[in-house]
Design a protein. Structure first.
Length: 178
């Protein structure tokens, strides 16, 4: 019987080690750090509007059950507070876009030391993050009835074994430690 070492026509052999996290493969972010980054981002984007909400809430509540459009009309009617909040929002969006372009991190992700990457560990582009992770996810979330269910399912996916939300699967991304 001919052994593989004696067979000159056999394919070459090489030792291949398994890839472990210590070999340079990025470690996935924890669920808690992802939640924390989302809360930080929500506060950063929402806090400038609090004075407008406080002023607009009594008039909106006086109308009965206001819709989204009438609520935003009441907030916009607060004048300077609303326009100041919009200016802060525009500056925050600009800073966030720069951070996402450079590091694939929002402000909250940067604070907690996590970032978005492609599933294979390569860099995620601004376009992929914006169009597939945020905009598409937001548009689906706005669909009446279906949007609320989608948003709930999107968030619950984080509890699966891969620690990825539904929008991560759509954009082929993961969130890793930076």
């Amino acid at each position: 019987m001919v052994t593989p070492a004696e067979n000159s026509f056999a394919p070459p052999k090489s030792a291949v080690a398994d890839v472990t996290p210590s070999d340079g493969v990025a470690e996935k972010a924890t669920r808690l750090s992802r939640l924390g980054a989302t809360i930080i981002d929500a506060l950063i984007f929402g806090l400038p509007f609090v004075p407008s909400y406080i002023v607009a809430m009594p008039s909106a509540m006086h109308q009965g059950r206001p819709g989204v459009v009438s609520m935003w009309a009441a907030v916009a009617a607060t004048g300077g507070r609303f326009y100041f909040a919009m200016l802060v929002l525009l500056c925050t969006l600009t800073i966030t876009a720069i951070l996402v372009h450079k590091n694939a991190q929002t402000i909250g992700k940067k604070c907690l030391g996590i970032k978005v990457a492609r599933k294979d560990g390569s860099r995620a582009t601004l376009g992929r993050i914006f169009w597939l992770r945020y905009l598409l996810n937001s548009v689906i979330g706005l669909i009446p009835l279906i949007g609320g269910l989608y948003s709930l399912i999107d968030v619950l996916f984080i509890f699966g074994e891969p620690k990825r939300c539904l929008h991560d699967f759509i954009a082929d991304t993961i969130v890793i430690r930076a």
